[in-house]
Design a protein around this ligand. Structure first.
Ligand SMILES: [Zn+2]
Length: 286
């Protein structure tokens, strides 16, 4: 069940590899009212399932800030389900059941070590607030429209994580090859090194994140999905799909934890610039 509590937006600037824990506010129904940054909080507090954890800003990624700042091992303390990319924009990250997979630019899917780092991503511990039958959604657009319908009822101003398991008649995904320094912008990197994989009749899992409109300066508004096949051999960032028989597990997360990279590149980036067009191009390839 969803707990009624005040959304807590947390900004925890951390150094590379450091534990990104600000004063994690607990949901209102719990007794813990600890406040203020505590450097040595317990692992159990790190497993507050109502938090969507984010590494850096998508807008920083568009500027070519591809340097990994948080390790996969650290990511696992903040969730078991999520999406992102790896150091150097080295493929698409899909986290499922606590395992972190890389859908690489060469089409391979690799289980990543805890020492691998990521420059951007979102993870949470997936709790099923409700399920939705999305069977037969004829396109990605149709699927998102169905999910939007539920979000309109559950609250458009929250963050959501969604996992969709099932069969897919069509799954068009993309990935990209690792970039070399000095890093290009994301639009230039994708123009040069993007690879497309058009899968048919596959079984697997989509993992998606929904960000509300006010998150427009730090992520993409709306949905962002990655996919990996059930045999964990193919996957990537979803551009289009046709759903066969599948169920969506929807998790409404009421808290947000942002781990900033603290790098010189990040600090020197002018975030007053509107990067909406670059974000859209990177997400949709349009
Ligand atoms: Zn993606």
């Amino acid at each position: 069940m969803l707990r009624k509590s005040v959304t807590s937006v947390l900004a925890g600037a951390v150094l590379t590899g450091a534990i990104a824990l600000g004063g994690c506010a607990q949901p209102g129904t719990q007794a813990n009212t600890q406040s203020g940054a505590q450097p040595a909080e317990s692992a159990s507090e790190a497993q507050n399932h109502e938090v969507l954890y984010q590494v850096s800003l998508l807008q920083s990624l568009t500027e070519g800030d591809f340097e990994g700042s948080v390790a996969v091992g650290e990511l696992k303390k903040h969730g078991d389900t999520g999406i992102g990319t790896f150091d150097g924009l080295d493929g698409e990250l899909v986290m499922l059941d606590g395992k972190v997979w890389q859908a690489a630019g060469d089409g391979s899917v690799n289980l990543m070590e805890d020492t691998a780092t990521i420059p951007f991503g979102n993870v949470t511990f997936l709790d099923s607030d409700e399920t939705l039958d999305v069977s037969g959604a004829a396109s990605f657009e149709a699927l998102l429209k169905q999910l939007d319908g539920r979000v309109a009822e559950l609250g458009v101003n929250n963050f959501y994580a969604v996992r969709i398991d099932g069969t897919f008649d069509k799954m068009n995904v993309r990935s990209e090859h690792k970039q070399k320094k000095p890093y290009p912008t994301i639009v230039d990197a994708l123009a040069a090194d993007q690879t497309f994989f058009n899968l048919e009749k596959v079984e697997g899992s989509m993992v998606g994140v929904y960000c509300p409109p006010y998150a427009s300066s730090m992520n993409s508004v709306g949905w962002h999905f990655h996919f990996v096949t059930a045999d964990r051999k193919q996957g990537g960032h979803v551009l289009d799909c046709a759903v066969g028989k599948a169920t969506a597990t929807i998790d409404k997360t009421k808290e947000f934890d942002l781990a900033l990279p603290g790098s010189q590149k990040f600090e020197s980036t002018d975030f007053t610039v509107d990067r909406t067009a670059d974000v859209k191009k990177a997400e949709t390839n349009e």
